[in-house]
Design a protein around this ligand. Structure first.
Ligand SMILES: Cc1ncc(COP(=O)(O)O)c(C=O)c1O
Length: 376
């Protein structure tokens, strides 16, 4: 497997002094105080030195079930939930549990490169179906249908999407569910950015469609919602019949999610959700600023305004765009602006770069001031 281009750009960026950094999809805010305080309390009370059950603390899963009902329109009981080490471990456990060697998995592309690698590690074959950039990076439902073969086992998508920032519409996700049901496919979702949707778009969970009960494995995380990247805590929801199979891969991956982080996650769900509203407000304003600044560079980039996440995926115009890695490395060296080459998200990502707006607005202005000087 190739080295991650995201980590490679980070390594190169560290060699440059005073770089303007738009490369990481990682919240720059600190975890809210009440969440940190709950973790400290759990440590002091001696609650965190042992393992929890492999599927996670009962009280936490009860709160997750409430959240799924309230915010995702998904009915569940605690035996349908596994607390995981971030969304990443949930996705790994799900993918490893359902794939046999040689199984094909369809991924709308460009997509989060980790999903592609997870399929490869499970000896599966990723089948990339391009998103429709001219339709604001919508799913190509007909293209997905055509890509299905007797070996297809599953579909994996993230919505809102990393890297394109698209929140796929309910209408399209219902069409995708129909395709999955007609062809007996599993659908694995990555809903890491579920709370960050803008302009009246709504996040839709495919597991809320009753017919998808046995077919959907949905992965969620505290990482983005509560700025808890380093706590490594998330969860997955699946049909009760699937949970024992996923547990067989979850245990060798991790035994259980870190218990101190489970207490922190419990506080995140039980406490005020104002912090999430604040993060969303900040990302929305940062998105608008980034779009405005990109408008001044319209001879260099074309872009689709993201409807979700805190990422966008402008197209590099002209012949410079042919090699996004060379473009990003040159811009890093000569303009001291760190971005991620689109090729990192699959071949359909070539000629693009991913920009992250989960940074302070000064960082966006610093990066774009430099880009304007560099390109004009
Ligand atoms: C789409 C997507 N899924 C998952 C993750 C990582 O999630 P976690 O920290 O919960 O493992 C990221 C991080 O950038 C992401 O962009």
């Amino acid at each position: 497997m190739k080295k991650s281009a995201i980590h490679e750009m980070t390594r190169l960026s560290k060699e440059i002094e005073d770089v303007a950094f738009l490369s990481w999809a990682k919240p720059t805010s600190d975890t809210p105080e009440h969440i940190k305080a709950a973790a400290i309390k759990a440590i002091k009370e001696g609650l965190v030195s042992g393992y929890s059950t492999s599927s996670g603390l009962v009280e936490l899963r009860q709160e997750i079930a409430k959240k799924l009902r309230r915010d995702n329109n998904v009915e569940s009981n605690i035996s349908q939930l596994i607390v995981t080490v971030g969304a990443i471990e949930g996705l790994s456990a799900a993918i490893f549990a359902i794939l046999d060697s040689g199984d094909e998995v369809i991924l709308p592309s460009p997509t989060y490169s980790t999903h592609i690698q997870q399929v490869r590690i499970a000896s599966g074959k990723p089948i990339l179906v391009p998103l429709l950039e001219e339709e604001d990076f919508a799913l190509d439902i007909e293209g997905i249908r055509k890509a299905i073969s007797p070996k297809t086992k599953a579909l994996i998508y993230c919505s809102p999407s990393n890297p394109t920032g698209t929140a796929f519409s309910e209408k399209q996700l219902r069409q995708l569910a129909d395709v999955a049901l007609e062809n007996n496919l599993m659908v694995i979702t990555d809903e890491a950015y579920e709370y960050f949707v803008y302009d009246g778009h709504k996040h839709f969970s495919i597991a809320s469609i009753p017919e998808m009960q046995e077919k959907a494995i949905s992965c969620y995380t505290f990482t983005k919602t509560y700025a808890m990247t380093g706590w490594r805590i998330g969860y997955l929801h699946a049909d009760e019949q699937l949970i024992p199979h996923i547990t067989k891969t979850h245990i060798p991956l991790t035994i259980c999610a870190p218990v101190v982080s489970q207490y922190a996650a419990l506080a995140a769900l039980k406490g005020s959700q104002d912090c999430v509203k604040e993060f969303r407000k900040h990302y929305l304003s940062a998105r608008d600023l980034m779009c405005k600044r990109l408008d001044n560079l319209d001879s260099i980039f074309n872009y689709v305004k993201p409807s979700g996440s805190y990422l966008m995926f402008p197209k590099i115009l002209g012949k410079e765009g042919k090699d996004s890695t060379a473009f990003c490395k040159k811009m890093l060296k000569e303009a001291k602006v760190s971005t991620t080459p689109g090729i990192a998200f699959g071949p359909t990502g070539e000629s693009h770069l991913r920009l992250s707006f989960c940074v302070p607005e000064e960082e966006i202005n610093k990066a774009f001031d430099r880009m304007e000087t560099y390109f004009t």
